[in-house]
Design a protein around this ligand. Structure first.
Ligand code: NI
Length: 182
């Protein structure tokens, strides 16, 4: 297992449409292990494979720590969920709003409206088809990660003015980093 470097905006790979997984094999399971390690290390509650530079339809999520409200100093509970080729098969009309963040857009948060509940079909690590009904934070998180598989970022759901401001800031940071490393 290893922690992989995160892909940060404005890296154009984040705009790729990821490819479906044909077979869930040892290669895919190894990617999933690295993704969990990278996600927990960040720390984050969701990760799409393209965020570690792999344009394949793999998502990891774990919203347990945020939702169970573990006491301070207590080992946070884990509830890892790996979704291969996830797709939303139905969405509620009811909308909820969460302040979202993204490991590819560090330390930026903005309110995003999404369907409050979704039904998601995916393959598990045994290659079996599964369905889950997600609500609350899990619903938001899964929709955010599935967006990544389609080259969509949460800032695409906010105003153009705010998005342009974020992109400008991160483009400057990336250029600065390039200069520093030159
Ligand atoms: Ni994200």
């Amino acid at each position: 297992m290893s922690i992989r470097p995160l892909v940060i905006i404005p890296d154009s790979r984040l705009r790729l449409i990821s490819d479906p997984i044909v077979r869930v094999d040892a290669r895919v399971r190894a990617i999933v292990e690295d993704m969990f390690e990278t996600m927990y290390d960040a720390p984050g509650i969701g990760l799409a494979a393209i965020q570690v530079g792999i344009p394949e339809r793999i998502v990891t999520v774990d919203v347990a720590e945020r939702e169970d409200g573990s006491a301070e100093g207590e080992e946070p509970k884990k509830n890892p969920l790996a979704l291969i080729n996830p797709e939303i098969i139905s969405s509620s009309e009811e909308i909820s709003v969460y302040s979202e963040g993204c490991l590819s857009i560090p330390e930026y948060y903005a309110d995003v409206e999404r369907p409050a509940r979704v039904k998601v079909r995916y393959m598990d690590l045994n290659g079996e088809t599964q369905e889950i009904d997600a609500d609350d934070l899990l619903a938001t998180c899964v929709q955010h990660e599935i967006d990544h598989l389609n080259g969509v970022l949460f800032i695409d759901h906010i105003s153009k003015l705010k998005r342009d401001r974020v992109m400008t800031k991160f483009t400057k940071l990336a250029k600065q980093k390039e200069r520093d490393e030159a």
